[in-house]
Design a protein around this ligand. Structure first.
Ligand SMILES: NC(=O)c1ccc[n+]([C@@H]2O[C@H](COP(=O)([O-])OP(=O)(O)OC[C@H]3O[C@@H](n4cnc5c(N)ncnc54)[C@H](O)[C@@H]3O)[C@@H](O)[C@H]2O)c1
Ligand SMILES: O=C(O)CC[C@@H](O)C(=O)O
Length: 413
């Protein structure tokens, strides 16, 4: 490695927050990245800015909000890993426009969420939350009132993606009829059938479970209007994202008795740090299961996520590959040969940048042996490979950085 031009691995600071699994730390260390700060929980705003100030790579889960301000407090930040599925906690555009790819783990915790929801369906249909609370308080609600088998009932799944489809299969094994609604055409699992509208699903389902991502379209998707379309006595489950349901409207429907129960794992406002109490109008309602955003929090999921996301960050650091990035042009690069030098140029996606990059090498008589280019949205990513050893002092970095529209330049030796 040419240490004058490229940072030694042990100088690269990795900051992992929110109790990311030890597997991730192990992966980094095995790959030669020994400078890892591993925090067991989320940090408050000031602690966060201080922790990220020297970070080259940052790992978070859903609690850490990476706003533009936080990203600006991390001038060395090269890449972000969301050790979860959701990436809505990160200002993805702000990251992209600073040349920072963001990675996540799109599959590793999906089974855990589907299993939790399956359990919640049975608990809600048997009226367990209220019986459990009564027994803890010395009561004894031994009756069959409002208790039903799941067998033969209809589960309506909104968002038939990785989690929705797994839940579909598990629920059918219980003998449930499964219907689903998705904005794109999805192949039905088993005997499930699709609904042509969300209204159709709401009118037919005994239990509705939400599995959509956080987008502008899914924000406040379930309001008093949609709840009124649900069957009287139905149940609602949300393990997707908190702002998909207008929580006051749900609380009102539960108070009125229009809905028999609900299970919520995600909330419009979730505690941001250790001293921040959980507040919700649903607190204290006997027929509501409240869980602290633990749908994906199993040993199996966290172990796998630790490996998956650490691997993506290491690959980006070692090779420049951006396969799997959620906000960035995806370029799959071969493992870097020790004999090659790789230059990565991240820029605003405007015409003419490529020829200016090539000129930097041509004017120095340096032959380009490989080139990769991809642009997406507002960002272009060009990787240039040369066969020869590049000596410091040629002014290549300075000239690449001076190209109009440059967001970031990285070298790998
Ligand atoms: N509670 C937790 O701990 C936990 C864990 C993992 C994921 N999640 C959340 O669950 C969400 C879903 O995860 P996934 O892996 O199934 O995602 P996915 O991308 O595989 O599936 C989402 C599905 O929703 C559909 N969709 C999008 N907008 C829609 C709309 N307006 N109406 C109907 N369908 C719509 C998509 O077409 C897709 O099929 C994630 O985005 C994440 O926010 C929560
Ligand atoms: O682990 C977390 O904090 C988030 C879990 C889940 O919401 C996800 O997006 O994967």
């Amino acid at each position: 490695m040419n240490s004058k031009l490229s940072l030694e691995k042990d100088k690269i600071k990795i900051v992992l927050l929110e109790g990311i699994h030890e597997n991730a730390v192990k992966m980094f260390k095995e790959a030669g990245y020994s400078n890892v700060d591993h925090y067991p929980a989320a940090l408050d705003a000031d602690e966060l800015k201080s922790a990220v100030s020297e970070a080259h790579f940052l790992g978070i889960r859903s609690r850490t909000k990476l706003t533009e301000g936080v990203i600006d407090a991390a001038p060395k930040l090269t890449s972000i890993g969301c050790f979860c599925i959701g990436t809505n906690q990160v200002d993805l555009t702000a990251a992209a426009m600073r040349g920072i790819p963001v990675f996540n783990a799109p599959y590793s915790n999906t089974r855990s969420v589907a299993e939790l929801v399956l359990g919640q369906i049975i608990m809600l249909m048997r009226g367990i939350p209220q019986r459990d609370k009564a027994a803890h308080a010395g009561g004894w609600l031994k009756n069959a009132k409002g208790s039903f088998e799941a067998r033969g009932k209809t589960l309506g799944i909104i968002g038939y993606g990785h989690i929705g489809t797994q839940l579909s299969v598990l629920a059918e094994s219980l003998g449930m009829n499964v219907i689903y609604y998705d904005v794109i055409n999805k192949l039905a699992m088993g005997n499930a059938s699709s609904c042509s509208s969300m209204d159709e699903l709401l009118a037919k389902a005994d239990v509705v479970s939400l599995h959509v991502p956080a987008t502008d379209q899914t924000k406040n998707m379930i309001t008093a209007t949609e709840i009124a379309k649900m069957k009287p006595g139905a149940h609602l489950i949300n393990a997707a994202r908190g702002n998909v349901i207008v929580i006051d409207d749900l609380a009102a429907a539960l108070e009125r008795g229009h809905l028999a129960g609900a299970a919520l794992d995600v909330f419009p406002v979730e505690p941001s740090g250790k001293d921040d109490p959980f507040e919700s109008p649903l607190r204290g309602m006997p027929n509501v299961i409240l869980t602290p955003h633990i749908g994906g929090s199993t040993q199996e999921a966290q172990e796998n996520i630790g490996i998956e996301v650490a691997d993506k960050l290491i690959t980006y650091s070692d090779n420049g590959s951006t396969l799997g990035a959620v906000n960035f042009p995806e370029v799959a690069l071969p493992v870097k040969d020790r004999m090659h030098t790789r230059f990565m140029h991240i820029h605003r996606n405007v015409p003419g940048v490529l020829s200016k990059i090539n000129d930097v090498f041509a004017t120095r008589g340096i032959n380009i042996s490989g080139q990769y280019l991809r642009s997406e949205g507002g960002v272009g990513y060009v990787v240039v490979e040369v066969d020869e050893e590049i000596k410091p002092g040629l002014g290549i970095r300075k000239e690449l950085e001076a190209i109009d529209g440059t967001l970031r330049v990285r070298f790998l030796f």
